[in-house]
Design a protein around this ligand. Structure first.
Ligand code: XIL
Length: 361
């Protein structure tokens, strides 16, 4: 059932013909028969990767590089560019792993998206910051400034603030450590500092469920409107889109993209994966489930193409390469198969769904 990733839809049959007529080695034909998602889109097609010392680091598990290089033209670090990695002590920044990733991206003609300058989870905030008793305004500005300056010219865009909205009704600002110390001003201060440090980078606000929960979307739009009225630099919105096969409704997803487009901001689908086992009743991704997932991926990418005009397409990034590495299985404590590729790097029907949407088939 599963197609080898090196065999694209149409060209696969061509390769088969070539194989028959020339007897050429299959592997060579596969390479010549490449269908790469990145070549089918006029906007960045990205993937979150493990790097540095991580178990699945692309520098340790190098067999994944061929697939990554073939399919994607945009990278984001799944973890190693988060706060506690880049800024482990007040006066210490740790850039080696991220620099290696930036070099990798450059060598392979990919752009790098930075994720994330400010994010609240307890385990993500560096310990020194949790204990910080000095001037929070100055400290946060310094944090953002140093990092953005370091990567200026090498990071195309940043998630400046991640998940600052609490969707519990009524939606409001999350009462994070940053909020407790600085009120909501920490958000705009981070954007201002990032823009001053790297005026060329696109600056994004990134969150989950903003494509799903209307009150959360509304709150975010209010924040954007306020930023725009006061000329706070913001260029786009990242919709994480850790979605399920049946939630949220495509109509709600479209409505959310449309509202951001109306404000002239770019739209990124920033962390796309499609969970299939939300009822925890699957032992494997059955052919039926795989077909549903394919249709879901196709509908999402189609919605993106139809609602977001080319100039505002910041791109689509998938949150991982192969199913076996998905963060969702750990997060939900159940097995998930939410991505485009199997663990042996063969493509899933989900891949075809994305491809069909991109090619209008
Ligand atoms: C996740 C990573 O994928 C995991 O490896 C890590 O343990 C936790 O963070 N929203 C985000 C991402 O913005 O940074 C999260 O990534 C997934 C949810």
């Amino acid at each position: 059932m599963h197609k080898k990733i090196f065999c694209g839809l149409l060209l696969a049959s061509l390769a088969a013909v070539l194989n028959e007529t020339t007897g050429a080695a299959e592997s060579n034909d596969r390479v010549s028969a490449t269908i790469a998602l990145k070549n089918m889109a006029s906007f960045p097609i990205g993937v979150a990767v493990s790097a540095g010392d991580e178990k699945r680091s692309l520098f340790k598990k190098t067999d994944q590089q061929a697939l990554i290089n073939q399919q994607f033209n945009s990278l984001v670090a799944g973890n190693i560019m988060k706060m506690r990695y880049l800024h482990p002590a007040e006066n210490q920044f740790s850039y080696d792993d991220a620099d290696a990733l930036a070099n990798y991206a450059k060598e392979h003609g990919m752009i790098l998206h930075g994720h994330a300058l400010v994010w609240h989870p307890d385990y993500q905030v560096p310990t020194w910051m949790k204990n910080y008793a000095g001037d929070w305004d100055a400290m946060l500005t310094q944090h953002v400034t140093q990092i953005c300056k370091h990567f200026a010219g090498r990071v195309a865009s940043w998630d400046v603030a991640n998940e600052v909205i609490d969707e519990n009704v009524p939606a409001g600002y999350r009462k994070s450590l940053f909020y407790q110390k600085m009120g909501k001003s920490y958000i705009e201060k981070a954007f201002i500092a990032a823009h001053a440090a790297d005026p060329a980078a696109d600056l994004y606000y990134n969150d989950f469920n903003t494509e799903a929960v209307q009150s959360k979307l509304d709150f975010m739009l209010g924040m954007i409107d306020d930023f725009q009225a006061r000329h706070i630099p913001i260029h786009g919105i990242g919709f994480q889109m850790h979605v399920n096969s049946d939630y949220p409704a495509i109509a709600q997803i479209r409505k959310s993209f449309k509202a951001v487009v109306k404000r002239g901001l770019k739209v990124r689908i920033s962390e796309l994966d499609v969970a299939m086992n939300q009822r925890n009743d699957l032992k494997a991704l059955t052919p039926v489930a795989a077909a549903i997932q394919k249709a879901r991926y196709k509908a999402i990418v189609t919605a993106y193409l139809e609602e977001v005009p080319p100039a505002l397409r910041g791109g689509i990034t998938f949150w991982g390469v192969v199913d076996g590495e998905t963060w969702l299985s750990k997060f939900h404590k159940r097995t998930e198969w939410p991505l485009l590729f199997n663990d042996d790097y063969t493509s899933k029907p989900a891949f075809d769904g994305v491809l069909e949407a991109l090619t209008g088939k």
